[in-house]
Write a protein that binds this ligand. Structure first.
Ligand code: S3P
Length: 198
């Protein structure tokens, strides 16, 4: 994982008690951390903050897919369709979870895929971040980069996907409910939950 090389953020202390306790927590982490959950929940923003607090690299699986294919996610869906995208997503997740420790944010549908899910459950610490649908709607409708929301009412689609995916998200090791407040708050909750779970 080379994206966002580890660095000490000046805000690192905000996240949990002290730099020393963050370092101690980071030492207990022996597997990659994978963030799962619906589109718009803030996996990438929160993932970057967790990585910074723990001094670990961060990688966004969707960006890795875009880099590998030299196409944007909407272009991949448009030109080749969802099954093709999921196949690329499986390959990228396989590669990422087999690399060293780090924080990985994956696309909202990846944990539904049996192969990707099995890989993550076996090789990584999975964290499901959940938040109310209204917040997902607000965040995902700000831009036009979610192909699955293009064919219908975004709220209805998000509600359907969320209901379909909940049984899979439930299989993640750790569950965090975000109220939709600042990402720092959710980051804090994740770090505390990790500390407790390990
Ligand atoms: C998807 C979520 C997206 C992206 C693709 C499909 C999904 O990622 O992988 O548009 O199936 O929910 P984010 O969850 O990062 O938006």
């Amino acid at each position: 994982m080379t994206q966002n090389a580890p660095h000490h953020s000046t805000n690192r202390r905000d996240a949990i008690a002290s730099d020393a306790s963050l370092d101690a927590l980071a030492r207990r982490i022996t597997k990659p951390i994978v963030l799962v959950g619906m589109m718009g929940v803030g996996k990438s923003s929160i993932g970057k903050r967790i990585a910074s607090a723990l001094n670990l690299p961060f990688v966004d699986a969707d960006h890795a897919i875009e880099e590998a294919s030299q196409l944007s996610i909407p272009e991949i869906f448009e030109r080749f369709g969802e099954p093709y995208f999921r196949a690329g997503e499986r390959r990228v997740i396989d590669r990422l979870v087999n690399q060293n420790k780090g924080v990985i944010a994956i696309g909202g549908g990846a944990f539904n895929d049996e192969t990707s899910r099995a890989l993550i459950l076996e090789r990584a610490i999975s964290i499901w971040i959940d938040c109310p649908i209204e917040i997902l709607v607000e965040r995902t409708t700000k831009n036009n980069n979610r192909p699955l929301l293009k064919n219908g009412d975004p709220k209805a689609i998000l509600m359907r996907l969320s209901a379909e995916r909940a049984p899979y998200y439930q299989m993640a090791n750790i569950h965090i409910t975000s109220t939709g407040g600042p990402h720092e708050k959710t980051t804090n909750s994740v770090l505390k939950a990790l500390d407790k779970w390990l």
